[in-house]
Design a protein around this ligand. Structure first.
Ligand code: LLP
Length: 454
């Protein structure tokens, strides 16, 4: 069985049953394409691996917050992990029940805490004692009780990229475990607050299970300790961060699916480890996977604008840029680049630099990447662009946000159209002094004078 959702059929790259070339003709380039079949596969596999545990899978919206993506997971029973009022609203709008939403983040404002309380969410993941105090005030003023999990910093090095590691004591995340313990033992009754659990999240793109084991063991020890001291805790939130494969080798007609198989195997190992640690424990669980569920379900499709040789180096200039996929510029991330037309077998690979049109050298997707022959006008795709791609996009260089398409079987839908120029520019407003000047100019034009000439 092949479980690859992006593969060549008759020499043309398809997402599920739809040729990406056809989508390029319809919406132009660049665009993001997601496979609903891949999203469903990822969620179902994760849920199956945890079967039998009292668990809520709260999809981490930050990885990809398109309404269609959230609704796909919600239809399968997913909850949501949100980190802002915007994400809270997106989750509710896509049909995620409030009782399956956890609200995380180090800097929630009073307004955001109030929005969570008004929605009736399952849990606030609280990251500092100051935040807990604010939530207590906001909840007490409303006459409601806020369900809380304290996010503990387990001081574990996740061994991932420095910019996405969160579990070490020197990061801004969570509360020191000893401090959390002392506080909870000394403050058993906090107005407007019910401490229901403990949470942890040690980083993102973890490809090793060992740091998880260490962090979860510490969290479970603290949970048992506090319960033994009489605190009515009932939930453990293990966070997200399970890493995926950004390398899948050459795509073939037969499919393949190594990156999906790798993810499935990693999930199985993770779930096995969790089961072992929570054996006999009286608790319910929350998981917050993001990248795992969407990363390899998406591609970013782009067109080659120009080829250019500067000295010994060949540059492939494409119409996607760092504003569409910032991961290579920001984290030196590596994304596979595959042609939409299957390369001729045995075609010679040539190292090229793949760059975007933005006026910065860091607008570089790949350096000296061996690619099969590429011509101007060709279509290429970046793999693993379902997570942290569109959501991190900007309009830098006044490039409108690219469209998103969701494919399922042989059907597709444009789930976000390309931003048009009027929408982009129309967000700006002139201050009154420039408005006045512009009006004077227009009036002067009518009477044939120029400003300042009288
Ligand atoms: N829960 C919490 C508390 C988080 O901070 C995160 C991600 C997640 C869950 C989901 O993590 P995931 O399962 O997706 O690894 N922009 C970066 C990734 C930043 C992740 C931030 N936190 C990238 O493109 O690699």
């Amino acid at each position: 069985m092949s479980n690859r959702y992006f593969s060549y059929r008759n020499g043309r790259l398809h997402a599920s049953g739809v040729a990406l070339e056809r989508l390029a003709a319809e919406v132009g380039t660049p665009f993001y394409c997601y496979s609903a079949d891949a999203l469903e596969h990822g969620y179902r596999h994760f849920a199956a691996a945890l079967k039998g545990l009292p668990a809520t899978i709260c999809y981490a919206l930050k990885a990809n917050s398109n309404q269609a993506v959230i609704a796909t997971f919600a239809a399968l029973g997913a909850g949501a992990d949100v980190v802002s009022e915007g994400e809270l609203r997106r989750a509710l709008a896509a049909g995620v029940p409030a009782q399956k939403i956890v609200f995380a983040g180090v800097g929630k404002t009073a307004k955001e805490l109030a929005a969570g309380l008004d929605a009736g969410i399952m849990q606030f993941n609280i990251e500092s004692l100051s935040e807990l105090k604010l939530l207590s005030e906001v909840a007490a003023a409303r006459g409601v009780i806020a369900p809380v999990a304290l996010r503990v910093n387990p001081d574990v090095d996740a061994g991932t990229h420095a910019k996405i590691t969160t579990g070490r004591a020197d990061t801004k995340f969570g509360i020191d475990a000893g401090e959390a313990r002392a506080f909870l033992l000394a403050n058993r009754d906090i107005p407007g607050i019910r401490i229901e659990g403990l949470a942890v999240h040690i980083g993102s793109q973890l490809t090793d299970i060992a740091p998880y084991r260490l962090a979860f063991e510490r969290l479970i020890a603290l949970y048992k300790d506090l319960r033994a001291a009489g605190l009515p805790l009932k939930r453990l939130d293990f966070g997200g961060g399970i890493g995926i494969s950004y390398q899948h080798g050459p795509l073939t007609e037969e499919g393949g699916g190594e990156e999906i198989d790798t993810a499935d195997a990693r999930v199985d190992a993770y779930a096995g480890m969790v089961r072992e640690l929570v054996e006999g424990l009286d608790a319910e669980f929350v998981f917050e996977p993001g990248r795992l569920l969407v990363g390899n379900a998406g591609m970013l499709v782009t067109r080659v604008l120009y080829l250019k040789d500067n000295g010994p180096r060949r540059f492939v200039i494409i119409d996607a840029a760092m504003n569409d996929l910032i991961r290579p510029s920001l984290y030196d991330a590596w994304h596979e680049i595959v042609p939409l037309k299957a390369p001729t077998p045995g075609a010679e690979l040539r190292p090229v630099d793949v760059v975007g049109p933005v006026c910065e050298s860091t607008d570089t997707f790949a350096k000296q990447r061996p690619l099969p022959p590429v011509a101007e006008g060709d279509l290429l795709a970046f793999s693993t662009a379902g997570a942290y791609a569109f959501v991190m996009a900007s309009t830098y260089n006044s490039r409108p946000l690219a469209p998103e398409i969701l494919v399922r079987g042989d059907r597709y839908a444009i789930v976000r159209p390309r931003m048009d120029y009027d929408t982009m520019i129309g967000q700006d407003r002139l201050p009154d002094w420039l408005e006045d000047a512009a009006r004077q100019d227009r009036d002067a034009e009518k009477t044939g004078e120029t400003r300042g000439a009288a």
